[in-house]
Write a protein that binds this ligand. Structure first.
Ligand code: SAH
Ligand code: AVI
Length: 332
C-alpha cells in the first residue's frame, strides 16, 4: 500500500541509478524538487517546450480563441516599418523565438530598409530552434543567423561583438509567464547588455474581459490541454519520472485580482509519482500542480515593470485593450 505523506513532506530522497550527466538534467532536478515541495505544487513553464510542446504551441497560435498571436501580428504589420526606420537595427536578438513566425515581419522590414545583418534567436527548445534557424537561413541568405540555446530565466548568453544598434525583441507576451520579480530580473538582464542606441520591443497581452481570456486558455479542440499535459511527458522522458499523464486534467482560470491566467494540472485520483533523484510526490485527488501563469497588463503596469528594470517606455503601440507593443530604451 502507498504510504501517505503530507504535502510539505511529500518528497523523499531516493537513490535511483539514472545518469544526470548534463547541466540541464541537474538544474531540472533541483527546480522540479523545489517546485513540487511547495504547498501549491508548481513546475516551470519552460518545460512545456520540447519539440512536441513547441509544435503544440504553434497550433495554439492558430486557434480561433487564442487572440494574442493575431493581435500582435497585426500590430507588427502596421508598425514594423516605422520601428525599423526609427532605429535602423543591424542586429535583431529575439528572446523565446520559437518558430519566429511573426519575426519575419521585422526581418522583412529590416531587409527592405537595408539594415539587417545578424539575427540571434534564443530559445530553450533546442531542436525546434535549430529548425527555425535552418529555415531562416534559407529564406534570408544574406542574414547571419546565430541561434543561441539559452534559459532566459537565468542568463542571456549573448554572442560577443554584435553589430549595433541591436533591437531586442521579446514577443508573444512570454514576459507574462514570469511573475513580477522574475520579469523584472529578466528585463534587467536585457538592460545590462543594452547600449544607448539599442531598443527593446516587448509584446504584452492586455487586461480584458474574463470570458475572452479564459476562452483563449480553454480551447474547444483541447490543444491547450495537450500542451499543458505535455510537461508531464517531458518530465517522464527527461527525468525518468512515472507521471500517469491521462490521470491529469487541464484547468485554466483567470484571477482578476492578480490579473493573470493560471494553468494547472489536476490529479484525478490520489497517487504517488516517482521522480528519480527528486523523490516520491504524493498528490491528493483533486490536488493541482500549477504549470504556468500568464500575466496581463495595462500601460501603467508595463511602464512600472520597465522602470524597475532601468528601462524607459519610449513608444506605446496598442490595439485598444487587446495587445500592446512597448518600445523601451535604456535608462542611464
Ligand atoms: N516568440 C514566439 C514564441 C512564444 S512561445 C511567439 O511570440 O509566438 C514561448 C517561447 O519561449 C517558446 O519557444 C519557448 O521554448 C521559449 N521559452 C520559454 N521559456 C524559456 C526560457 N526560460 N528560456 C528560453 N526560452 C524560453
Ligand atoms: C508563450 N506564452 C506567452 C503563452 C501564453 O499565452 O501565456 C503560452 C500558452 N499557454 C497556454 N496557451 C499558450
Amino acid at each position: 500500500m502507498t504510504k501517505r505523506v503530507s504535502s510539505a513532506a511529500a518528497l523523499v530522497e531516493r537513490e535511483v541509478p539514472i545518469s544526470l550527466s548534463d547541466e540541464r538534467a541537474s538544474a531540472m532536478v533541483a527546480e522540479v524538487r523545489e517546485g513540487l515541495s511547495r504547498r501549491q505544487k508548481e513546475l516551470p513553464p519552460k518545460y512545456f517546450y520540447d519539440e512536441r510542446g513547441s509544435e503544440l504551441f504553434e497550433k495554439i497560435t492558430r486557434l480561433p480563441e487564442y487572440y494574442l498571436t493575431r493581435a500582435e501580428r497585426e500590430l507588427l504589420e502596421e508598425n514594423a516599418r516605422s520601428l525599423v526606420d526609427a532605429l535602423r537595427p543591424r542586429t535583431l536578438v529575439e528572446l523565446g523565438a520559437g518558430s519566429a513566425a511573426k519575426t519575419r515581419i521585422l526581418l522583412n522590414a529590416m531587409r527592405d530598409a537595408g539594415c539587417g545583418e545578424v539575427y540571434v534567436p534564443m530559445d530553450v527548445s533546442e531542436d525546434f530552434l535549430a529548425e527555425t534557424a535552418r529555415q531562416l537561413r534559407a529564406e534570408y541568405p544574406s542574414l547571419r543567423v546565430i541561434p543561441a540555446v539559452a534559459d532566459i530565466s537565468t542568463s542571456l548568453g549573448l554572442p560577443e561583438r554584435l553589430p549595433r544598434p541591436v533591437l531586442f525583441a521579446f514577443l508573444g507576451s512570454t514576459i507574462g509567464n514570469f511573475d513580477a520579480p522574475a520579469a523584472r530580473a529578466l528585463l534587467a538582464r536585457v538592460r545590462q547588455v543594452m547600449r544607448p542606441f539599442d531598443r527593446l520591443l516587448l509584446g504584452a497581452d492586455m487586461r480584458k474581459k474574463r470570458k475572452i481570456v479564459e476562452a483563449a486558455y480553454n480551447d474547444t479542440r483541447g490543444v491547450t490541454a495537450a500542451f499543458n499535459r505535455n510537461m508531464l511527458r517531458v518530465l517522464n522522458r527527461e527525468l525518468g519520472a512515472d507521471f500517469d499523464v491521462p490521470s491529469f486534467s487541464h484547468r485554466a482560470f483567470y484571477s482578476p485580482e492578480r490579473h493573470r491566467i493560471e494553468m494547472h494540472l489536476v490529479s484525478s485520483r490520489e497517487q504517488v509519482v516517482h521522480i528519480p533523484h527528486v523523490g516520491e510526490v504524493y498528490l491528493e485527488r483533486g490536488e493541482t500542480i500549477r504549470t504556468e501563469i500568464s500575466c496581463k497588463y495595462d500601460r501603467p503596469s508595463v511602464r512600472r515593470l520597465l522602470r524597475a528594470s532601468r528601462l524607459r517606455l519610449e513608444r506605446w503601440i496598442a490595439d485598444e485593450n487587446v495587445f500592446a507593443l512597448a518600445v523601451a530604451s535604456p535608462r542611464l
